[in-house]
Ligand binder design. Structure first.
Ligand SMILES: [Zn+2]
Length: 221
C-alpha cells in the first residue's frame, strides 16, 4: 500500500474502532509512518484479498486494538496459499521461443505472488480471456481504495478531495498556484489577516488559476 492507501485504511479503522483515534497530530503522523513502513509490501486489494475487509474482520472479532501485523500476517498467508494452489498455465507465446516461454511462466508466477493474477488451478488449452464472473469481479474491485475508505479519507482531507474533483472536471485549481494576496504557497490554503486558514481562496488567486488553466488548455490544443 502506498501512503495514500494506508491513510485511507487508517481512516476506515478509526471509524470502526473509535479507540484508534489519536487527538495529537504528531502521534497521528508517527502512527501513519509506522503503518506505511510495515504495510508497504501488502496490497490494498488483490485477487481474493482486501486489506480494508481484513481490518474490518479483525475489529469485528477481536477485543484488541488492531496492529499492522494483523493485516500483514493474513496477507502473507493468503499469498502463500495462492502460490501453493498455482500450477503454471500454458504460455501464449511460441513454444520454440524458449526465452519468451520462460519469461511468461515466471511473470505469471510473480503476478500470482503479488496478487495481480488469480492462481491457475488447471492447465488451460486455449486462452479466451477471463470468464464473465471473473470479469465482473475484476470490474468490482477495479478501484484500489474501497469507496467507503475513499469517502472517509475525503472527510479528513477536504482540500485534496476538492483538488481531485476540480482536476476530474477539468476546471481551474486555485491551489495549483501561489496566492499573491496572502502569499500562501502552492497547495496551501489562503489565510486571513490574522493568519487563520480560509475555506475559500482569495479571488485574485482564483483569477491566476483561471489564467494558468486557459494557458495550459491553449498549449495542449
Ligand atoms: Zn490568499
Amino acid at each position: 500500500m502506498n501512503p495514500r492507501e494506508v491513510a485511507a485504511l487508517l481512516a476506515y479503522v478509526v471509524r470502526l474502532d473509535p479507540r484508534m483515534n489519536v487527538e495529537d497530530q504528531a502521534a497521528a503522523e508517527e502512527r501513519l509512518a509506522q503503518w506505511c513502513d510495515l504495510l508497504s509490501d501488502v496490497p490494498a486489494q488483490a485477487h481474493g484479498w482486501d486489506a480494508a475487509q481484513t481490518a474490518r474482520d479483525y475489529i469485528a472479532r477481536n477485543p484488541y486494538r488492531i496492529q499492522p501485523s494483523d493485516i500483514s500476517r493474513p496477507w502473507h498467508a493468503h499469498k502463500a496459499a495462492a502460490l501453493a494452489r498455482h500450477t503454471d498455465p500454458t504460455p501464449a507465446v511460441d513454444p520454440d521461443n524458449v526465452a519468451a516461454w520462460r519469461a511468461e511462466l515466471i511473470g505469471t508466477r510473480q503476478a500470482v505472488a503479488t496478487g495481480a493474477a488469480l492462481p491457475s488451478t488447471h492447465r488451460e488449452l486455449t486462452s479466451g480471456g477471463p470468464a464473465p464472473e471473473v470479469r465482473d469481479r475484476l470490474a468490482a474491485i477495479g478501484r484500489r481504495i474501497p469507496p467507503e475508505a475513499a469517502a472517509a479519507l475525503a472527510q479528513y482531507r477536504p482540500r485534496r478531495a476538492e483538488r481531485e474533483r476540480l482536476a476530474a472536471e477539468d476546471r481551474p485549481d486555485p491551489y495549483a498556484v501561489p496566492c499573491r494576496y496572502c502569499r500562501a504557497r502552492i497547495d496551501k490554503p489562503c489565510r486571513n489577516h490574522r493568519g487563520v486558514p480560509r475555506t475559500a481562496p482569495h479571488p485574485s488567486r482564483l483569477d491566476d488559476a483561471t489564467a494558468r488553466h486557459h494557458a495550459q488548455q491553449e498549449q495542449s490544443a
